[in-house]
Design a protein around this ligand. Structure first.
Ligand code: HMG
Ligand code: MG
Length: 302
């Protein structure tokens, strides 16, 4: 496959992956405003929070409140990250439109992040799938450490393929491949995608690339050429994983949209509104904007 797609879906993970690593308190009001602004900018899938053990990720402890407080748009899917049945029940109670479960392609990362082995995590997801099915709510699956692991180093692509297939067999509608520590390059991402595409149809795969080494845009371009049509990203490049030391934020949504505009690929997002949203959240957090495009456009007061 060496043709670019005509349309791409962006999954905005800023309110969850972006904010989960922030140490400072962030009010529900700011989280809600962020989500509502993203929806107004045209994002149609927004991961709005996570329902994990609040002792593990204190910043997400108020996700119930966020889901209750936000004004929703009919056409937007508000996703919730859920590690187990308890998380799924909490998320469904506050009306999450979809759930996301998360496994890893590295045993060490699985232990550090969710306190169990890869196989145990997959077993924990079975009751999550059951309650989601009963509630008529779709479930997305993440695989972390698809290229490298902060504890184990290089990750075998065949393991990524196996975990991806298992998540698909559990009933996930889409598998998002996470370069959690952002170490991939187009070469390693292509090798990994080749392995996974043998097990999971390419149109059910997404890429979720952290930008630690500045390779995410190059990796997205390589993924688009391989047939990937779904990209996860985080406004202003916010984020990181608390259990992957040194990992920076996801690729910035503004940078992805700019790339897609240049390639003539449709996405449905208003870049000016998105840049304003990036400015809003970085000012609210008192931190610098991780989006090159956001900084360039804000600097030229577009
Ligand atoms: P555990 O301590 O083994 O859980 O944690 P447990 O089942 O033994 O329960 C211990 C206590 O936690 C109990 O309370 C449970 O009720 C409570 P106690 O009896 O002590 O009072 N508990 C919960 N409370 C609220 N909501 C829940 C929940 N579950 C248990 N859902 C667990 C296991 C999985 C819960 C824990 O390890 C955890 O929460 N981990 C989450 C870590 C996390 O959120 N990491 C970041 C997200 S993943 C990521 O960023 C990667 C991604 O972006 C993709 C990529 O970039 O690669 C997705
Ligand atoms: Mg992530």
């Amino acid at each position: 496959m060496d043709r670019l797609p005509t349309r791409v879906r962006i999954v905005e993970v800023g309110p969850r992956d972006g904010l989960q690593n922030e140490q400072q308190p962030i009010s529900t009001e700011v989280k809600v405003q962020l989500i509502e602004r993203l929806a107004r900018a045209g994002l149609r899938t927004i991961e709005a929070g996570s329902f994990v053990n609040p002792k593990w990720v204190p910043q997400m402890a108020g996700s119930d409140e966020v889901f209750r407080a936000m004004k929703r748009q009919d056409e937007v899917s508000y996703a919730a990250l859920t590690p187990n049945l308890k998380g799924a029940e909490r998320a469904l109670e506050v009306g999450a439109s979809e759930l996301a479960i998360f496994a890893a392609a590295s045993e060490a990362f699985s232990q550090k992040n969710i306190n169990c082995s890869i196989d145990e995590s997959l077993q924990r997801f079975t009751p999550v799938m059951d309650v989601a099915r009963k509630a008529g709510v779709p479930v997305r699956g993440y695989v972390s450490c698809v290229v490298g692991c902060p504890y184990e180093g290089e990750v075998d692509p065949s393991l990524v393929a196996r975990v991806s297939r298992q998540l698909l067999e559990l009933g996930c509608y889409e598998i998002s491949l996470g370069d959690t520590i952002g170490v991939g390059t187009p070469a390693s991402v292509n090798v990994m995608l080749d392995a996974v595409a043998k097990e999971v149809p390419i149109d059910q795969l997404a890429v979720h690339l952290h930008d630690t080494y500045g390779q995410a845009i190059a990796n997205i371009y390589a993924s688009l050429l391989r047939g990937i049509r779904v990209i996860d990203s985080s406004v202003a490049g916010l984020g990181g994983c608390p259990y992957a030391k040194g990992a920076s934020g996801n690729v910035a949504t503004e940078d992805v949209v700019y790339l897609l505009n240049g390639l003539g690929i449709e996405h449905g997002i208003d870049l000016t509104k998105l840049v304003e949203t990036g400015q809003f959240i970085t000012q609210a957090l008192g931190r610098s904007n991780g989006s090159r495009v956001g900084n360039a456009m804000a600097g030229s007061s577009v």
